[in-house]
Design a protein around this ligand. Structure first.
Ligand code: ZN
Length: 130
């Protein structure tokens, strides 16, 4: 697993305007299957590039609620707000998704704008020189 490649893919995704993606999607984009390693790396970016979302599913497959911190998931019985079924949140039925932080999105856009400017200067130079 190459973390530089993960960083590149995240940058592409940020520029594409992608929101709310699962680690599985990042693996797909990279063409690798190391879901655990990718997940751990993405979790290491929480606080700088990414905001995590732990989504708790009811027994009928509804996403009942989501939290940013898994410690906020209580084991207490609750009622699904979609289907009304009573259930206990199960870590095996909790899914992880990520969103980009505003700070990171701004950085990526700024970087792209700067790159565009550099390219146009380079294009101008080659025009002047030829
Ligand atoms: Zn439900």
């Amino acid at each position: 697993m190459n973390t530089f490649e993960i960083d590149d893919v995240l940058e592409e995704m940020a520029l594409e305007g992608r929101r709310h993606f699962a680690p599985h999607y990042v693996c797909q984009r990279l063409g690798i299957s190391e879901i655990k390693g990718v997940t751990n790396y993405l979790l290491s970016l929480v606080g700088s590039k990414l905001i995590p979302s732990f989504e708790v599913e009811c027994p009928n497959g509804d996403i009942d609620f989501a939290v940013n911190d898994p410690r906020l998931i209580s084991k207490e019985t609750r009622i699904c707000h979609i289907c009304g079924e009573e259930y206990e949140p199960d870590p095996e039925r909790t899914w992880l998704a990520f969103d980009f932080t505003e700070r990171y999105l701004l950085h990526v856009k700024k970087k792209k704008a700067l790159r565009g400017k550099r390219n146009s200067v380079a294009a101008l130079n080659s025009f002047v020189l030829s």
